[in-house]
Design a protein around this ligand. Sequence first.
Ligand code: DGL
Length: 266
Amino acid sequence: MKKSPIGIFDSGIGGLTIAHALKEKLPNENIIYFGDTEHLPYGEKSKTAIQNFSKKITQFLLEKECKTIIIACNSASSVAYKLVKELAGNTPVFNVINPVVAEVVKQCAEYNIGVIGTKATIQSNIYETEIKVLCNFAKVSSLATPLLAPMIEEGFINEDISHTVIANYLSNPKLAEIDHLILACTHYPLIHQEIKDYYKGKVNVIDSANIVAKHIAKQLEKNNLLSNSNETEHHFYVSNYTESFEKSAKFFFQEDLKLEEVNLWD
Ligand code: DGL
């Protein structure tokens, strides 16, 4: 069981930021990653569609005997967490929302919290709901920022186009009063510094990937599920392979990797 892989899934390649953070924290673990590149972007899909995709991927990861499943996608975490948990039975499931919410509520002296993410994540209102469970006087202001994920995928970071798109979104009056900003999309760690620079230290920009990885590492340790093997084997599956996905995948994982195509839908 301890040597079984950790299963991670996302709509595509953004979840590799979580896989990367986790690999840094837990270098002895085997990882099975599934990126649903055939159906991305989830951020633009209906709740039912995202739930159906998540179900199929969860079955795949369970067949691969993963000891835990991580939903490394905010859009899927927003609408499919309960369902994935039900399907997974005794296999622990983690989403990328609750660890961040717990940390934010702990960290934030004043609770004026901004959230940016895909349309699916923002429309679900999940961050506000979960933050209010822990702190009902928090003020939460959310904004959908759908251009950011494709912009990052195309490699537009730290340059004029990304500065303009980021400034355009962050200057929205909805975010005018915030003290903290949650980057509620697994693509956004790649523009964390750029967003920090935009605010010039006036807003605490929360780095979700590390918070999530830290939380999962702690829970796996607590449940005695950590591997101590020195030999690791990772697999990075996608539902649709292109060279361009592979190129972006390396950029998100910050390491060389090979994508393998599997079709779960035939
Ligand atoms: N991975 C998705 C998320 O974190 C962003 C990309 C998409 O819309 O599929 O919400």
